[in-house]
Design a protein. Sequence first.
Length: 431
Amino acid sequence: MLAACKSIFTLADLRSKVLFTLGMLAIYRLGAHIPLPGIDSQALADFFASQGSSLLNFLDMFSGGALGRVTLFALGIVPYISASIIIQLLTVVVPTLEKLNKDPEGRKKVTEFTRYGTVALAFVQGWGVAIGMQSMQSPDGSMVVMNSGISFQLMTALSLTAGTTFLMWMGEQITEKGVGNGISLLIFAGIVTAIPGGILSSIALLKSGEMSVFFILALVFIALFVTAAIVFIERGQRKIPVTYAKRMIGNGRPSGSQSTYIPLKVNTAGVIPVIFASSIIVFPITLAEMLERTPAVEMFMELFAPGGMLYTLFFVGFIIFFCFFYTAIIFNTKDVSENLKRNGGYIPSIRPGSETSYYLDNVLSRLTLGGAIYLSAVSIMPTFLIKYMSVPFYFGGTALLIIVVVGMDTMNQIESHLLARSYDGFLAKRR
């Protein structure tokens, strides 16, 4: 491990990629502390402290604390994720977009549509945040917004849109010039910053006697167990054997048949379904926060708040849907079967062509169902820890899942760079 870490800074190109990524993440954390103008920061802090809402903690987790401080990056990368969902859904139902998505040049055009959608959604959400903030006040009656009005709303909407657009650009730059997926790493960085706060909160509660040592040890055990389960399942795969028929080599002699396999992962979609589901599930709750607190609104927010019945049902439903949806996009069984047939490959006991596609689709569907159940179970775990075990901070399944999966993906990219240049990777076996 130490030798592999040393090798990262030995290779000039890999070193530059890692340093570029770290530099971008540092800028992201700096921007998360730039406050928006026209806001009483003390009244804002008092307001959020008086709420104690698991929803606010949940949303604040994805923005790295920027939402709780209402900074330039308060919206985070959520508008980009929402725009990506909309464009991908339209790609399935709109033939023109589907055709564009299959061509490298066309995909650039689809990416442009996603960017325009991000700007539009960020502006609308930013305006909604501005309207909602104008009614916020601290427990002592101090207004969060010092000068309400159309000028404040416009300024806030434009500032938040600029912040989200800059984050979108940063994420694309990290993906292109750094290591790992830029958007996922921005979410990763935001979540990681919550760890010290969670640890300090636990220590304070331990000193005050509100939490016992046994309870904290139980939480640590749960976190370690879930982490081990995530790593185990994320590395799990079903190997589909493939045989290539004999071919004629240069001197006219037949070459022997070759055998390989198609690796089908248990969780092909990765952490994307959880991120997509999380970004969608907060919309109705965010809208309800802006309405007058009538009994009907209060009941709706209770049902749709993290841990509520409707929240859990919709969250799990969205995760399962996006697991199948995203898997179908990135792994087209029909294209795989046609490529196998074109290159003389076949799955033993399965006829090439449509039967191969049908077989792969059945196997992948069963694996995806298992992966969806696993993602759902891990993702809803923290809501039950907060509701039934009184855990004082929102850090658990969803956050842990994103941290582990994004960390594994980034490490695998670095591993590929090292192995491509004959360096021992992180997972090199002892000889």
